[in-house]
Design a protein around this ligand. Structure first.
Ligand code: HEM
Length: 468
């Protein structure tokens, strides 16, 4: 009797196991097929491409943290050498990398109408703070960009000069004090705090004192916005398998604690100003006007209106996009100057000569255009350390690549590899060397356009890049 039960139990155990294994194998097989099903895409179109591996495409090393995106694009860029463009795969998503300077310029500037969006996937219902210029698509983007651009006129920047100067005075004071106690300074962190102070005062009218205030929540949460994490990797992989996973898995673009902090803070700043009738000539004022024109305006049709969330998320994007870019560019610049005393000396001489020319003996806002060598240093910093290692665009309609038979479909995602272009020895000989002379007038005109774009290019260029 016992044996019959035991045999029955054993046989049903094996049956369950068999069913379990079969179901899992079927799921895995379906997943494998689904993820690899697009990998013939570039071959069918007769486009040069980098051979993918099943499931992961060309993304295996990034997915397992063995390679940074910069290195992935650098690898692809070199493997496609000799071609104006070529294909590769991030998981199952086919991307087209554009390598030719003239074609880059055409896509970003001349044919912008065909590529108005970055094509960065997000689910706005889970990520209200992403309803901003950077993520938004054509119609909303155009409306907001037109409204926010006046923040960055040269007149507005001029009016920020004294505020920036106050932050710089505080920085110098802080450095002097620190140097009394130690000769080691964490410059990345100092630059982040300095940039936080500048963004706070110029854009939101807040006196942050981050350099001295160890408990600054702006610094604390500012650091977390772009911090690499498992959430970020998981988000990327999910999007590349299928953007619908963003909805199903409710993956956030930014850490929730930081999102809540920035949402509430920017909302409170606007409310405070409104309730106390505070008027300042700054970015918050512009946002408050946009809110009146596009959120509260009774004369608009519902489809023409924006929401309060649009307003807050654009307050957030300026902080997020400005903070990391400013602080990392500044710290890389100081790092290079610390290694190259002769460049540092030359810059110092230039500054001193401009100060001597001014009756006040100081640098003013108008002096910046005269600081030719310093501008060359900044340009070279942004070549060697571009804050965004690539630009992204998505085709909004079918598009024939000029001088080629390739027609790309609506929705095709493009990568423009800023970092690799900036390190191409054909345009920048000995690219690892920090050499500001590359940006003298004589050297600049020798290079084709479309080989330098630290701020992007075309109508979607960084809004913070000012043309003086
Ligand atoms: C060294 C400083 C900076 C660098 C290198 C930089 C770089 C960039 C790049 C490469 C883009 C993408 C452009 C494209 O796709 O063509 C971008 C977009 C953007 N940047 Fe900057 N940025 C800097 C500073 C700032 C500052 C200070 C702000 C704001 C105060 C800002 C706000 C933005 C915004 C809002 C966008 C999205 C623009 C749009 O889609 O219309 N950036 N930036």
């Amino acid at each position: 009797m016992f044996n019959i039960f035991a045999m029955f139990a054993l046989s049903s155990y094996w049956s369950y196991l068999a069913v379990f294994v079969s179901i899992n194998s079927a799921i895995l097989f379906a997943f494998y097929n689904y993820c690899s099903s697009t990998h013939g895409f570039w071959k069918t179109l007769n486009v040069p491409y980098v051979r993918p591996i099943p499931v992961f495409g060309n993304y295996f090393r990034v997915a397992f943290g063995m390679e940074h995106h910069v290195d992935l694009y650098r690898r692809i860029y070199h493997q496609l050498a000799g071609h104006k463009y070529g294909g590769f795969f991030q998981m199952r998503t086919p991307y087209l990398m554009i390598r030719d300077p003239e074609l880059i310029k055409t896509i970003l500037v001349k044919d912008f109408m065909n590529f108005p969006d970055r094509g960065i996937e997000t689910d706005f219902s889970i990520n209200p703070l992403s309803l901003n210029l950077f993520f938004s698509r054509s119609k909303d983007w155009k409306t907001m960009r037109n409204k926010l651009s006046p923040t960055f006129t040269s007149g507005k920047l001029k009016s920020m000069y004294d505020q920036i100067r106050n932050c710089s005075d505080l920085l110098i004071l802080n450095l002097r004090e620190t140097l009394k106690e130690t000769d080691e300074i964490d410059f990345k962190s100092t630059c982040l705090k300095y940039s936080t102070d500048i963004m706070g005062t110029c854009f939101y009218g807040l006196k942050m004192d981050s350099l001295v205030d160890e408990s600054s929540e702006f610094v604390k949460y500012g650091k977390t916005i772009f911090k690499p994490s498992l959430r970020v990797v998981f988000r990327e992989i999910s999007v590349m398998i299928n953007p619908v996973f963003l909805k199903i898995l409710r993956i956030r673009d930014f850490p929730s604690e930081a999102s809540n902090f920035f949402y509430n803070t920017f909302w409170n700043i606007m409310k405070y100003r409104e309730e106390n009738n505070i008027v300042r000539n700054d970015f918050v004022q512009i946002l408050m006007q946009v809110r009146k024109d596009l959120v509260l305006n009774e004369n608009l049709l519902p489809e023409e209106k924006l929401t309060d969330t649009h307003i807050i998320s654009n307050a957030f994007v300026m902080f997020a996009a400005g903070l990391e870019t400013l602080s990392s560019s500044l710290s890389f610049c100081l790092y290079e100057l610390s290694l190259k005393k002769h460049i540092q000396d030359k810059a110092r001489e230039e500054i001193k000569s401009i100060m001597a020319k001014n009756s006040s003996g100081e640098i003013h806002n108008d002096s910046f255009t005269e600081l030719t060598y310093l501008n060359m240093i900044i340009s070279e910093t942004l070549r060697k350390y571009p804050a965004a290692h690539a630009l992204f665009r998505e085709a909004s309609q079918m598009y024939q690549i000029p001088n080629s038979s390739l027609i790309i479909a609506k929705g095709q995602k493009l990568v423009i590899p800023t970092y690799s272009m900036h390190y191409n020895a054909q345009y920048y000989p000995d690219p690892e060397t920090f050499d500001p002379e590359r940006f003298s007038q004589e050297e600049k005109i020798k290079r084709p356009s479309g080989t330098y774009f630290p701020f992007g290019d075309g109508p979607r260029i960084c809004i913070g890049k000012m043309n003086r």
